[in-house]
Design a protein around this ligand. Structure first.
Ligand code: ZN
Length: 238
């Protein structure tokens, strides 16, 4: 049937619409970020209202609309109960949703980002690693084209030991060229593992000063990346 489609997705956020309806923002497997109306979900008699909560992984039947699609059916695939029962995990899960909401484009398929979010929520549910959210941020930055240089000084390319990190410069810097924030050799080594194909092992690291550094740096880098993105987008409006 034309105008109707099936997809799976993860609910990123919801907000009220009118008396009984809700707008649901969903990261879908096949269509990127989709904003859809869920009609009547705020009524107690709603059959699928509870399935369309943030964090829920759902199978959807949708109708295409001009601005907003309409949810006609929603079935729960995974409710991620362990995240909802633990405030720390819930907070971390929501921070994953927020970043995906900022980075994903509407109606532009990004199956890799969808799979990364799903994988991160499953990991957070099963075995929450202190590095899970920061590692997710670094992976999203890399997916968005921001892969920091971690081996040699981005400014001079010399052999001197690197001691600082600056995302705007594009990575690590030596003592002579230093800008941005200080970074320890352990944190650089950990970051190399996160971004260099040893993510699973890096996620098993206990909390150390290095995991803390990588975590703080991930948040700063993500914030600066999103701010630049938002500014870039704003520039096209004027
Ligand atoms: Zn240098």
């Amino acid at each position: 049937m034309s105008g109707s489609y099936r997809d799976t997705g993860i609910v990123l956020r919801t907000y009220k619409l009118g008396e009984a309806d809700r707008i649901v923002v969903i990261m879908t497997a096949g269509r990127g970020k989709v904003r859809a109306v869920a009609k009547g979900v705020r009524k107690t008699t709603s059959r699928y209202g509870g399935r369309l909560e943030p964090l829920s992984h759902v199978a959807l039947q949708m109708h295409e609309g001009r601005n907003l699609d309409v949810v006609s059916q929603a079935e729960t695939i995974d409710h991620f109960r362990p995240l909802r029962d633990d405030l720390d995990r819930l907070t971390r899960g929501v921070s994953l949703l927020e970043v995906v909401d900022q980075v994903a484009q509407e109606r532009e398929a990004n199956p890799r980002l969808y799979q990364m979010l799903l994988g991160a929520l499953r990991t957070l549910s099963a075995d929450p690693s202190p590095l899970l959210v920061p590692a997710f941020y670094w992976k999203v930055l890399a997916l968005d084209g921001v892969s920091p240089e971690l081996d040699t000084c981005v400014s001079c390319g010399g052999d001197e030991p690197v001691v600082a990190f600056d995302l705007v410069e594009g990575g690590v810097l030596c003592r002579a060229c230093r800008r941005g924030v200080s970074i320890s050799p352990d944190a650089i080594a950990l970051l190399r593992r996160v971004l260099g194909g040893e993510l699973a092992a890096a996620l098993r690291e206990p909390v150390t000063p290095a995991t803390h550094e990588v975590s703080v740096l991930a948040t700063r880098s993500m914030e600066s990346h999103l701010e630049r993105r938002l500014r870039t987008l704003a520039a096209f409006d004027h």
